[in-house]
Ligand binder design. Structure first.
Ligand SMILES: [Zn+2]
Length: 490
């Protein structure tokens, strides 16, 4: 699918579209519609149950979206959360200089200065893509979005640029409230805000985004997560140095890349989430090692989590796994004056942080890209059942009082446990097609045999399976337990 096709599909079915669209939309802001909100929520629940509920040491918290200035000075965001932008001298359109360069296949290192980028622009004769005029001088631009807190001489604040800071700011409180042990994981699903210079590609680069992040605080000398059955799992890693792609186990990655075992273990865990729990094909998932100046300076190890997304032109980042050392707690210790080193078993330690970070919006887009299939026969969203927005649909075969009555009765018997819809319009074939199109795994049909007293099929309904179109008859009263079994978490 192309970007425009995916956007059109998402809009026509009720997944997402630009905010304030009746006013022409707003760059980098999107609204989720009735199906998109459900899909997003299901992805978040799946993420939560897989990564957070798996351990009693991990907890979900919720931090405020606005923060005062001081913590963001301490974290380095005030000075370093920058992009380099360049404006057209004539039409005044602004571009991210590094994006402009990489679109022209000019390689530019992540930490390059505005002057270095300008000389690359000059050397390659790059002009304004919109009007062809000369570009001005590049300059750094801080991407945080400022807010005023309070009236008159208001205090300066910011919309948080990442959810991670809320976890670092709450570590000390939670450590002391909980059992004063490590590891301690704090997860946040929430909004982050970035004043992107040129938001684009649908949900890829947004000004308001949702992150799902787990920050694990641990003692680097003693943390050894139990790898168990994940030890034999092979996953794809692309090395920074030679860009070579290999299928390796966690132990092999740890050895070859010289990275800690706990890090490699989490790669296997993330691989299983994508390629097994969600069902992204193995060859469309990989880790991309970041090194040199591509890597944030505070990261000891940095791998992007990537999925091959056709509408975005290939492998794109949907998350990251970052070993951040003790940078975060050390910075906030200095900034706040609060000692954040803790004592565990008589030993003083400044916890290190392993960050599992996921862009929820990008993952929602990825799901539509990977699982929407169209051939001459039909179009179907083959989402894993756990992520399907609607869990079941119930139809009467035709317009008929008796059929409609039983349909309503069955609907009422399951709707509180399962997200269910009814549909009374159009042919049964068209109704199946509408449900295939939005990924509903089961369509339940009430036909004349269902209501014909004396018929062997009296009181039964057909259940049609989305994936193989097979149909089976079950007792209407057993539908709830049928769906419970189908949706039971593994
Ligand atoms: Zn221009």
């Amino acid at each position: 699918m192309k970007i425009e096709e995916l956007l059109a599909y998402a809009k026509s079915k009720g997944f997402f579209w630009p905010s304030a669209e009746i006013y022409g939309g707003a760059s980098g802001l999107f609204d989720y519609g009735h199906l998109g909100a459900l899909l997003k929520r299901r992805f978040e629940s799946l993420w939560l149950s897989y990564f957070v509920d798996s351990s009693q040491d991990y907890h979900l918290i919720e931090g405020s979206n606005m923060l005062p200035e001081k913590p963001l000075v301490a974290s380095g965001h005030s000075t370093r959360f920058n992009d380099v932008l360049v404006g057209c001298t004539k039409c005044k359109t602004y571009y991210r200089t590094d994006v402009l360069l990489s679109e022209r296949k000019v390689s530019v290192s992540e930490g390059a200065s505005p002057e270095e980028m300008d000389s690359l622009i000059e050397r390659n004769g790059i002009k304004c893509p919109k009007c062809g005029s000369a570009l001005g001088k590049s300059k750094t631009f801080n991407m945080m979005i400022g807010v005023s807190l309070g009236p008159e001489k208001a205090d300066k604040g910011y919309l948080r640029p990442e959810t991670a800071q809320s976890a670092y700011l709450n570590f000390f409180q939670e450590f002391n409230t909980l059992r004063k042990t490590l590891p301690l994981g704090l997860a946040i699903i929430g909004k982050a805000y970035r004043n992107e210079i040129s938001p684009r590609q649908g949900l890829y680069r947004m000004r308001e985004l949702t992150q799902a992040e787990l920050q694990i605080f641990f003692d680097p000398e003693s943390w050894k997560p139990e790898i168990g059955e994940l030890s034999s799992r092979k996953f794809t890693v692309v090395a920074y140095a030679d860009k070579k792609s290999q299928q390796l186990t966690a132990a092999e990655v740890a050895k070859m890349y010289g990275i800690p075992e706990f890090y490699a273990y989490h790669m296997a865990l993330i691989d299983r989430f994508y390629t097994e729990t969600i069902g992204v094909p193995k060859d469309r998932f990989r880790f991309l090692e970041k090194g040199g100046d591509e890597k944030a300076f505070y990261n000891k190890v940095h791998m992007d989590i990537e999925v091959d997304i056709e509408s975005w032109g290939g492998f794109r980042e949907v998350g990251g796994l970052h070993y951040r050392g003790d940078y975060d707690l050390t910075s906030h210790s200095k900034g706040s004056g609060q000692e954040l080193a803790v004592t565990v078993d008589g030993k003083k330690v400044t916890p290190n942080v392993l960050e599992l970070s996921f862009g929820v919006d990008r993952n929602v887009w990825m799901l539509l890209d990977v699982f929407y299939k169209k051939d001459e026969d039909r179009s179907v969203l083959t989402l894993p059942k756990a992520l399907a927005p609607y869990q079941a649909a119930i139809f009467p075969l035709q317009k008929d009082g008796k059929l409609e009555e039983l349909t309503g009765k069955i609907y009422n018997s399951v709707r509180r446990r399962f997200k269910t819809v009814t549909d009374y319009s159009g042919s049964i074939g068209r109704r199946y097609a509408r449900m295939d199109d939005v990924g509903t795994p089961y369509c339940v049909t009430v036909d004349f045999k269902s209501v014909e007293e004396g018929s062997p099929e009296y009181g039964t309904v057909t259940v049609r399976n989305r994936d193989d179109k097979s149909q089976s008859r079950i007792k209407a009263e057993e539908l709830s337990s049928f769906l419970a079994k189908a949706y039971a978490a593994e």
